[in-house]
Structures are given as C-alpha cells and as structure tokens.
Design a binder for this molecule. Structure first.
Ligand code: GNR
Ligand code: NI
Length: 168
C-alpha cells in the first residue's frame, strides 16, 4: 500500500480527460487499494484517479459514517433519473479549504465495473449520487469550482497558488 500525492488546482493535469479501463488487472487493483488508503488518510469521501495523476476512469468512494463501505467504480456511465436539482456545499481534496454550493441531479443510475471487472447497474441518491457526479467530473477534467463565478474561481486560484508557493 502507498499514500499517493493529490494534485491541487490550478494544476493543468486536473484538466486531462481520463481514458476507459480496457482490462481490470492486478495493477488496477493495486492502484485502487492505494487510492482508498489516500482517500481515508486525507480524509475524504471520494477520490478520482485523475487527482493522483492517473488518467484512467477509476473512482473510489465511501460515504458511510464509519468509513467501512468502500465502493469502486470503473468506467462509470450515468443516466439522470430525476432532473430535479439538489444543492449541496461541496469541497474537494484538489481545492483544499474551499466550499461552494453546487446544484446537481438528485437521482441517477450508474453502470460501472467493480474491482473484479464485474459490471453492475445501480440507482443512487443522496450524498452518494452527489459524490459520484463530483468524481466523474474529475475524470472529465472538471472541478466543482467550474460551476461558480469566474471571479470567485480566480480568487480561489490566487489563494491556492500563494499557499503552494509558500510550501515550495
Ligand atoms: O471529501 C470530499 N467531500 C465532498 C463533499 C461534498 C461533495 C463532494 C465531495 S468529494 C470530496 C473528495 C474529493 O475531492 N473527491 O474528488
Ligand atoms: Ni474532488
């Protein structure tokens, strides 16, 4: 197991579009294990491979209270079941310290593979549906701050750039 480095906005690598996984192998499962370790350590409720600079369509999520419900989504595809939007104050490990209200569809159906390559389809709502959409955005090179005003996004960019300079 290994802790992976998480890319931070405005790193241009967060804008890459991840490629579908063609075969789930032992090295895929090694990456998934490292992603869970990194997500739980952060701590966070989800992590996309893009955030650890791997540009493949792999997500890990655990929205349970006790952190005992790890869920893997490989090549996730979603359909919106209820176009009514819900609001949630979102945060992101790649935009540390900032929270903004984002609107997303509340009920979705997702088809994806699990860690053994098996395909399943599930209907999701609540925080899991929100988190899954946030993570799929990462695979498409999108961040939750893309939904807010350019002025607010620019302010966040400046603050994070300054924090990153001070760390370097
Ligand atoms: O840990 C996280 N919390 C969170 C809260 C509201 C909406 C989405 C998230 S995902 C985030 C971890 C992360 O950045 N995943 O990409
Ligand atoms: Ni995120």
């Amino acid at each position: 197991m290994a802790l992976l480095d998480i890319l931070e906005f405005p790193d241009p690598r967060l804008r890459k579009v991840a490629k579908p996984v063609t075969e789930v192998t032992d090295s895929t499962r090694q990456l998934i294990d490292d992603m869970f370790e990194t997500m739980y350590a952060a701590p966070g409720i989800g992590l996309a491979a893009t955030q650890v600079n791997v540009h493949e369509r792999i997500l890990v999520i655990d929205v349970s209270e006790n952190g005992d419900d790890p869920q893997v989504f490989i090549n996730p595809e979603i359909e919106v079941l209820d176009p009514n939007l819900g609001e949630y104050d979102e945060g992101c490990l790649s935009v540390p310290g900032f929270y903004e209200t984002v609107q997303r569809p509340q009920r979705i159906r997702v088809t994806s593979m699990g860690r053994d390559g098996e395909t399943t389809t599930r209907e999701l709502d609540g925080l899991l549906a929100i988190c899954l959409q946030h993570e799929i955005d990462h695979l498409d090179g999108k961040l939750f701050i893309d939904y807010i005003s350019p002025l607010k996004r620019q302010r966040i960019r400046k603050k994070l750039e300054k924090a990153q300079r001070q760390r370097a």
